[in-house]
Design a protein around this ligand. Structure first.
Ligand SMILES: Nc1ncnc2c1ncn2[C@@H]1O[C@H](COP(=O)(O)OP(=O)(O)OP(=O)(O)O)[C@@H](O)[C@H]1O
Ligand SMILES: [Mg+2]
Length: 777
């Protein structure tokens, strides 16, 4: 017996029942009738989706445990078309699975279908005569299996007139264009690209074998939905017999791109009875502190950090308290002898080790469009008796759902800020001269950071430390220590959002220089959640300034800041997922010879996800994959690893080095670094950029050395020493930095413009608000 939906459909069609699959039906049906269905006729489906009404639905949904899938309704296929539609008896289900569905995947399979033909309840195009003819047709040939068998066995070729021939072609043309048929065909794994071919082969078969009486009966129905519905069951029989390989291939593609039920990917974690403790609250409320207390008490533990810098902070703190703790990031492995505790970046989490206590910090990052999958994997896969999650309330609901899926016990601990964050309404009145000791001025581009630093140092007596993303964590840490330390002149910090997560600094007041950010595509207002995170760096408990203040440089940005701080946390409905290499490998086997970047795209299009998950963005990986396409001789796994190397894709030098590393590796030659370290610190911005870039390349080498065998990346020690050296030079350079930033224009033209003094870009928030007001008027 055929298994799965294909089998069900086949039987359903064969026995002249109509299977209606629609989300609306499903929604109401799920609650009431699915159980009885599952116990009676239906197998656990093996395929993943089926749809109609241009509503994508996914089978078997979340009801695997009942061993059933939710199929709309099974009705006797009557010759009268039910124009009221089977959907009328159920309520519209807003926000059903179909709304969340990965549209692209299935639409691509459906192709450009005629929207007007997508109605499940067929709009009767036919007139009375047509309906009468359809009824007669269905009554006469009420067993499609038999009709198919008859066609198969027939050796007589009917004499068909030219005009009849043309009309038949019209009917089959209508069939090929039918969205309903294309959708239904998915259930037997006839994909979009193959559907027209299948119909055309079916047409040829039909024309060659069909008795003239059937032809004439069909011609009376004409190119209508009725004809399509009549032909479809016969088409199913034909496809199943004629195209087993195509069906199998498409089925394998769909099955191997299955990312549903991620909780089941970790059977060992599922076999455990884990206790999840959610430390839920705003910034500076002691979440991480309390989780770390449990971590340190445990006989062994794992701390998962969102940042290398924070992993280092915990590594230092825990060791300083006398608990041996190792450090593990993509770039460094510091094994402390006798250590049973590990502080790592979340991407480095191993789901093989067994821990008494694991801490996953900043759990709301599960919803991050690019990196979210690492947190999701840690939560679902960690083998720990106790897992402490620290984060804001935005993912609380979804964590509850995930725990219900995994069967873990969830304990919620809610926190309040130690002291309220106070907004200073006065602002800095647009003048950086109003900066005070203990201020952290936040800007969102490297360029702005330096402009602010230079302006403050020129117009006041303050000295500034800087922290931004392109700096190595060692240098960021050195700058943070310099700022935290009272015994020096560095009393102001200028930082990007790199300062936002979890860090504990001696900040009295966070001043937003601007609240706009380049998102890789355009300049947009900074998201409220991020504003809260950054502002929350002020007034940390135990720091020199336990009372936190925040404000903006300009009065015009203040309202936006207040708005952000007052906004409740968004409720996250989906968290990130990304396939493991093994899943990509299985998928790749279904589409041999496909370029890796295309393969990822293809996976994205075909993958199936449950409603609570999204596939993380991988544009960055695709760009690297495209560049490495020319490198021959890399296995799929090697390519996968190279593509995930931490590289700034906008840095041509770093991209070139990655290309060189991959090429050398592909020739099975030891990869060297072929790069020197400057002798002295940077004297201008270009030299500083060069140092940053060198460190990124060294860091990439170290990351790769952890992915590949030592024989391929043998110069780790030398590279580590070089990286330390460059990080120190960067620190020195930042302390001395007093040069004027060149504008991009000047860099391009190689000419200096007259000093126009300090000018801040216009407030985007202000512009947006103005436009809003204008629209309202
Ligand atoms: N019970 C406590 N005793 C002493 N110090 C504490 C206590 N709780 C928290 N702290 C200190 O308060 C500061 C903020 O705490 P913590 O880092 O745990 O906040 P958080 O809620 O995790 O903030 P964020 O959301 O910014 O990560 C830290 O320096 C921490 O050491
Ligand atoms: Mg924290």
């Amino acid at each position: 017996m055929a298994r799965g939906v294909a089998g069900v459909l086949r039987r359903a069609y064969s026995s002249r029942v109509r299977v209606l699959l629609s989300t609306r039906n499903l929604h109401s049906f799920r609650e009431t009738e699915s159980r009885s269905l599952c116990n009676s006729d239906f197998d656990v489906p093996t395929n993943r989706f089926c749809s109609c009404n241009r509503v994508r639905i996914q089978l078997p949904w979340n009801d695997y445990r009942f061993g059933c899938f939710e199929i709309g309704k099974v009705r006797t296929f009557s010759s009268t078309v039910d124009n009221n539609g089977e959907n009328d008896d159920v309520e519209e289900s807003a926000g059903s699975e179909s709304d969340d569905y990965d549209e692209e995947g299935v639409i691509n399979e459906l192709g450009d279908v005629d929207e007007s033909l997508l109605n499940d309840s067929v709009v009767a195009k036919t007139d009375e005569i047509g309906s009468e003819a359809a009824r007669a047709l269905n009554a006469r040939y009420n067993d499609p299996v038999e009709l198919y068998r008859e066609l198969r066995e027939s050796e007589v070729r009917s004499k068909i007139q030219r005009s009849e021939w043309d009309s038949l072609h019209e009917i089959f043309g209508y069939f090929a264009q039918s969205g309903w048929a294309a959708n239904q065909a998915l259930a037997i794994y006839i994909g979009k690209s193959f559907f027209p071919t299948a119909v055309s082969k079916f047409r040829d078969f039909f024309l060659e074998k069909c008795r003239i009486e059937v032809v004439q009966d069909l011609l009376r129905v004409g190119p209508t939905d009725e004809a399509v519905k009549f032909l479809f069951p016969v088409f199913v029989e034909f496809c199943i017999e004629e195209f087993p390989d195509e069906i199998k291939r498409f089925q394998s593609i769909v099955d191997t791109a299955d990312l549903t039920k991620p909780a089941t990917w970790f059977p060992f974690a599922r076999a455990m009875k884990r206790k999840i403790v959610y430390h839920c609250g705003p910034t500076n409320s002691g979440k991480t502190y309390n989780a770390l207390q449990r971590f340190m008490e445990a006989k062994n533990g794992l701390y998962c950090s969102p940042l290398r810098l924070l992993a280092m902070e915990v590594f230092d703190k825990v060791n300083a308290l006398g608990i041996y703790c190792s450090l593990l990031t993509g770039q460094e492995k510091k094994h402390v002898p006798f250590a049973n505790h590990v502080s790592c970046t979340v991407e480095m989490v191993s789901t093989d080790e067994l821990y008494e206590v694991a801490v996953i910090d900043e759990i709301q990052m599960m919803a991050d469009p690019s990196r979210g999958h690492a947190w999701t994997k840690a939560l679902l896969g960690l083998k720990a008796d106790e897992i402490h999650l620290c984060g804001d309330p935005s993912v609380l609901d979804i964590v509850r759902k995930m725990c219900a899926d995994t069967g873990d016990e969830l304990v919620e601990e809610h926190y309040e800020r130690f002291k309220p964050l106070v907004v200073e309404a006065k602002t800095l009145l647009g003048d950086l001269k109003n900066v005070k000791s203990g201020d952290c001025v936040v800007a969102f581009s490297r360029r702005e950071i330096f402009e602010v630093k230079m302006a403050i140092e020129k117009h006041t007596n303050h000295r500034c430390c800087v922290i931004y993303g392109a700096l190595p964590p060692e240098t960021r840490r050195q700058q943070a220590n310099l700022f935290n330390d009272q015994e020096n002149e560095y009393d102001v910090l200028v930082a990007s959002d790199a300062v936002g997560m979890g860090l504990n600094l001696n900040i009295r007041r966070v001043v937003f220089y601007s609240l706009n950010k380049y998102n890789g595509d355009k300049i947009v207002p900074v998201a409220a959640s991020q504003v809260k995170q950054i502002a929350g760096r002020a007034g940390r408990r135990g720091s020199r300034y336990p009372d936190g203040l925040t404000t903006t440089l300009h009065l015009e940005d203040l309202n936006y800041l207040i708005e952000c701080l007052q906004q409740p946390f968004d409720e996250v409905t989906k968290v990130g997922l990304f396939p493991f290499f093994e899943q990509i490998e299985l998928f790749a086997a279904q589409v041999p010879d496909m370029a890796f970047s295309k393969l990822l795209d293809h996976f994205g299009k075909h993958c199936r996800l449950d409603g609570s998950y999204f596939l993380c963005r991988h544009d960055h990986v695709k760009k690297v994959a495209n560049m490495l396409e020319k490198v021959q001789g890399l296995s799929l796994e090697d390519r996968f690893n190279f593509c995930f190397a931490p590289v700034n894709i906008r840095n041509p030098k770093a991209m070139y080095q990655l290309y060189r590393f991959a090429s050398t590796y592909s020739q099975d030659t030891p990869v060297n670094i072929a790069m020197g370290v400057p002798k002295s610190s940077a004297k201008n911005d270009t030299e500083l950029l060069d140092l940053e870039s060198r460190h990124q390349i060294l860091s990439m080498y170290l990351w790769l050395s952890n992915q590949f065998e030592e024989k391929n990346f043998p110069f780790v020690e030398r590279v580590e020493a070089m990286a330390t050296n460059v990080a120190e030079l960067l620190g020195e350079s930042l302390s001395k930095a007093s040069w004027k930033m060149e504008s991009k224009e000047e860099k391009v033209k190689g000419q200096k413009k007259e000093d126009r003094g300090y000018e801040r870009p216009a407030s985007l928030i202000k512009l947006v608000n103005k436009r809003k007001e204008e629209n309202l008027v």
